[in-house]
Design a protein around this ligand. Structure first.
Ligand code: NAD
Length: 297
């Protein structure tokens, strides 16, 4: 059976962290029943709190007059949480948003492939891992696809849609349609390490660090130049502080490992800061670029 838009009633989400809870909020707000799965009860509890009253949560939307209190309550009621993948047996469309680790993701996909209905579609929110690679974990390769959201999920408009080599046209079209129903703008990118967005942003970030290393500009100056010259909302060093220097390093290492292209390789200074505990604005971090170099913001 080939799934159609009208058949989609239940959206399953695996991983209730930064991305998973935001995606759950969008799906529930669109009117879908949502089953949100994580290994940690604490994460699930926090996810529901964030959906209800986080900075991009439903309370804020009520305050801004974008939905009524009644609608927010109904939205919360549509979200069920679970620590078991088995609870996704009736899901029509499953979006995976667990930690960026290929082995972990593949283990989950192999389980989902057995648990989910044969017609269900499985999508990955991976930022960089090739979809054709992740698809090796499932039999239903035609119903497996990349659906790359951006943070914060309730706010950011783009969904980068990536077909694996064996993704069917039906799965691709349905994912595009569903993305639109979520109020997003889906754009197709080809399957390769980092797709378009992650590969592009990495080039920009590592180039900024290299230009700093050879003395072309200071950290604050490069951030300011990017904002003033190009109208970017944030400079590259500010962005790394936000997403985490560890995440920036991980992406650069992955892209370099996969492509062997020098210009993706992580700069030494980025490595040095991460190794010294400067991983950006994250719990347990010593700080980010501005803190390490003692620069006033
Ligand atoms: P996160 O660390 O906030 O959340 C990951 C969650 O996965 C955690 O809550 C963890 O408990 C859960 N998890 C781990 N193993 C699990 C398992 N076996 N079963 C169920 N849940 C499990 O990470 P995140 O930032 O939300 O990223 C998730 C995915 O989204 C990654 O692939 C990442 O690359 C991608 N992504 C992240 C961003 C971003 O800005 N954070 C943007 C786009 C895409």
């Amino acid at each position: 059976m080939v799934l159609k838009m009208e058949d989609i009633k239940v959206i399953g989400i695996v991983g209730a962290g930064v991305m998973g809870h935001g995606i759950a909020q969008v799906a529930a707000r669109t009117g879908y029943d949502v089953i949100l799965v994580d290994i940690s009860e604490d994460v699930l509890k926090k996810a529901l709190e964030m959906i209800e009253s986080g900075p991009f949560g439903l309370k804020r939307l009520v305050e801004k007059g974008k939905m009524t209190e009644e609608e927010a309550r109904e939205c919360m009621n549509r979200i069920k949480t679970s620590t078991s993948l088995e609870s996704l047996k009736d899901a029509d469309f499953v979006i995976e948003a667990v930690t960026e680790n290929a082995d972990l993701k593949k283990k989950i996909f192999a389980q989902l492939d057995k648990i989910c209905k044969p017609e269900a579609i499985i999508a990955s929110n991976t930022s960089a891992i090739m979809i054709s690679d992740l698809a090796t974990a499932v039999e239903r390769k035609d119903k497996f696809i990349g659906m790359h959201w951006f943070n914060p999920a309730p706010v950011m408009k783009l969904i980068e849609v990536i077909r694996g080599a064996l993704t069917s046209d039906e799965t691709f079209n349905l994912t595009v349609e569903l993305s639109k129903k979520f109020g997003k703008i889906p754009i197709e990118a080809g399957d390769g390490p980092g797709f378009f967005t992650t590969r592009f942003i990495n080039s920009w970030l590592v180039e900024a660090v290299r230009l700093f290393e050879i003395g072309i500009g200071g950290i604050k100056e490069i951030d300011e130049m990017c904002k003033l010259a190009f109208g970017f909302p944030m400079g590259p060093f500010e962005l790394m502080d936000l997403i985490g220097l560890d995440t920036a390093l991980h992406i650069a290492e992955y892209l370099y490992d996969e492509t062997s292209e020098r210009h993706y390789a992580p700069p030494v200074t980025l490595k040095k800061l991460v190794m010294s505990g400067y991983i950006g604005r994250k719990p347990g971090s010593r700080g980010g670029w501005y803190d390490f170099y003692g620069i006033e913001r």
